[in-house]
Design a protein around this ligand. Structure first.
Ligand SMILES: [Zn+2]
Length: 75
C-alpha cells in the first residue's frame, strides 16, 4: 500500500533527511525506526507525527487553503 510521505525536519538539527525502514507506516506500532541521516537522531512517534502535522499545515498555508493539497495519507 503506497502512501505519500514527506521528510520531517529533525527536532535536533532541523534537517529534513529521514531514514525510513522499508514499508514504513507512521501509524504502525512499534514505530519506526526513523532516524536522521544528518545527526543520527532517532525520532519518536510523537516527534514524527508532530512534524507531519507541521508540514501539512505549511502545505495548506502555501496553497491558501486550496483543496488540491496532496494528502499525507491517501485512502
Ligand atoms: Zn538530525
Amino acid at each position: 500500500m503506497a502512501k505519500s510521505l514527506y521528510p520531517v525536519p529533525c527536532p535536533r538539527c532541523d534537517e529534513a533527511q529521514n531514514v525510513l525502514p522499508g514499508g514504513f507506516d507512521p501509524e504502525q506500532a512499534p514505530f519506526g525506526p526513523v532516524t536522521c541521516m544528518v545527526c543520527g537522531h532517532s525520532f519518536t512517534q510523537d516527534e514524527y507525527r508532530q512534524g507531519m502535522a507541521e508540514i501539512a499545515a505549511k502545505r495548506n498555508a502555501a496553497q491558501g487553503g486550496a483543496s488540491n493539497v496532496v494528502p499525507l495519507r491517501p485512502n
